[in-house]
Design a protein. Structure first.
Length: 203
DNA sequence: AAACAGATCTACT
DNA sequence: GTAGATCTGTTTT
């Protein structure tokens, strides 16, 4: 059984190395466990797309702490999204968990998700949090504990199994291809291309 | 006081 | 598969 130092060490490298390492990892919270199939890397203060870009605030404080903890934020007035803090302390890099496959606790997850189809239970960052019942109360949680718990795969996915592309929904730096997903996995979220910043015709 | 952020759902083609 | 409506905690002015 890996200790907290082991998990922290494996998450302490550059975020672009760590992010694909999370594909295939299992995140468990209570009765529900999800195998991660899609993630996005955010590189701290150097990254205009990161919540840490404009420095530390009450909301993002956890990002500036040690690797291996959960950073949970609230958005759209009703959704939560969760990230795994990576890199060295103070770096504020993190990996957003965008999608996964429920591998334990299907009944509980389906009830929380309003009876959604199997592949949609954790397909999308807010759906993943809803299936796992992760909220701001879990912000800062140590993932080496029993719950929430993150178990990294024994072997990293082969390079052929991982695809990359632009991150979703960013206004700042959409051209960094820092989204990683398992090729062909049905639980990977639908890609939404960036809206063309062209003036729309007035009615 | 006001602006911002952004994922999901529904309804429809 | 696509288009449009939706909301409140957080941050900035």
């Amino acid at each position: 059984v890996p200790g907290s130092a082991d998990l922290r060490d494996r998450l302490s490298g550059p975020v672009l190395e760590v992010a694909p390492r999370l594909l295939g990892a299992v995140l468990r919270h209570g009765d529900v466990a999800v195998r991660l199939t899609e993630v996005e890397a955010y590189d701290g203060a150097d990254d205009p797309g990161s919540h840490a870009y404009r420095g530390r605030t009450d909301r993002n404080a956890v990002m500036f702490g040690p690797a291996g903890h959960l950073y949970v934020y609230f958005t759209y007035g009703m959704h939560h999204c969760c990230n795994v803090v990576t890199g060295e302390q103070g770096r504020a890099s993190a990996v957003l968990l965008r999608a996964g496959e429920v591998v334990e606790g299907h009944e509980t997850a389906r009830a929380r998700r309003g009876g959604a189809r199997e592949r949609d239970l954790a397909r999308g960052p807010a759906r993943l949090c809803q299936a796992l019942a992760i909220t701001r109360e879990d912000d800062g949680a140590d993932l080496s504990g029993a719950s929430p718990q993150l178990v990294l795969p024994a072997e990293e996915p082969g390079t052929g199994a991982v695809q990359t592309g632009p991150r979703v929904g960013l206004r700042g730096a959409p051209e960094r291809p820092w989204r990683f997903w398992l090729a062909g996995d049905p639980t990977v979220s639908a890609y939404r291309p960036a809206r063309v910043l062209e003036e729309r015709r007035q009615i």
